[in-house]
Design a protein. Structure first.
Length: 63
Protein backbone atom coordinates (compact mmCIF):
# COMPACT_ATOMS: atom_id res chain seq x y z
CA UNK A 1 0.00 0.00 0.00
CA UNK A 2 1.13 3.52 -0.70
CA UNK A 3 2.17 5.64 2.29
CA UNK A 4 -0.46 8.25 1.40
CA UNK A 5 -3.24 5.67 1.55
CA UNK A 6 -1.94 4.26 4.82
CA UNK A 7 -1.81 7.77 6.29
CA UNK A 8 -5.36 8.47 5.15
CA UNK A 9 -6.60 5.24 6.73
CA UNK A 10 -4.84 6.00 10.01
CA UNK A 11 -6.32 9.50 9.96
CA UNK A 12 -9.81 8.11 9.37
CA UNK A 13 -9.45 5.66 12.25
CA UNK A 14 -8.23 8.38 14.61
CA UNK A 15 -10.99 10.75 13.49
CA UNK A 16 -13.58 8.04 14.18
CA UNK A 17 -12.09 7.50 17.66
CA UNK A 18 -12.21 11.23 18.39
CA UNK A 19 -15.83 11.51 17.30
CA UNK A 20 -17.02 8.32 18.97
CA UNK A 21 -15.05 8.39 22.24
CA UNK A 22 -13.84 11.93 22.74
CA UNK A 23 -10.31 13.06 23.50
CA UNK A 24 -9.52 10.20 25.88
CA UNK A 25 -10.50 7.57 23.32
CA UNK A 26 -8.57 9.38 20.62
CA UNK A 27 -5.38 9.51 22.69
CA UNK A 28 -5.73 5.88 23.80
CA UNK A 29 -6.24 4.67 20.23
CA UNK A 30 -3.29 6.76 18.99
CA UNK A 31 -1.11 5.25 21.73
CA UNK A 32 -2.16 1.69 20.87
CA UNK A 33 -1.59 2.29 17.15
CA UNK A 34 1.89 3.64 17.88
CA UNK A 35 2.78 0.69 20.11
CA UNK A 36 1.43 -1.75 17.52
CA UNK A 37 3.46 -0.14 14.74
CA UNK A 38 6.60 -0.22 16.88
CA UNK A 39 6.09 -3.90 17.71
CA UNK A 40 5.58 -4.69 14.02
CA UNK A 41 8.81 -2.89 13.10
CA UNK A 42 10.72 -4.73 15.84
CA UNK A 43 9.39 -8.09 14.64
CA UNK A 44 10.22 -7.14 11.05
CA UNK A 45 13.81 -6.34 12.04
CA UNK A 46 13.61 -2.64 11.13
CA UNK A 47 14.26 -1.40 14.68
CA UNK A 48 17.30 -2.32 16.79
CA UNK A 49 15.93 -2.44 20.33
CA UNK A 50 19.36 -2.86 21.93
CA UNK A 51 20.63 0.34 20.26
CA UNK A 52 17.58 2.25 21.49
CA UNK A 53 18.03 0.98 25.04
CA UNK A 54 21.76 1.77 24.95
CA UNK A 55 21.11 5.33 23.81
CA UNK A 56 18.43 5.85 26.47
CA UNK A 57 20.72 4.62 29.24
CA UNK A 58 23.62 6.74 27.98
CA UNK A 59 25.89 3.88 27.00
CA UNK A 60 26.41 5.24 23.50
CA UNK A 61 26.46 8.69 22.06
CA UNK A 62 25.31 9.83 18.67
CA UNK A 63 28.54 11.76 18.04
Amino acid sequence: MKPTLIGALIGAILAWAALAYGLGGFLLMALFMTVGALIARIIGGHVDVRAILDSLTGRRSSS
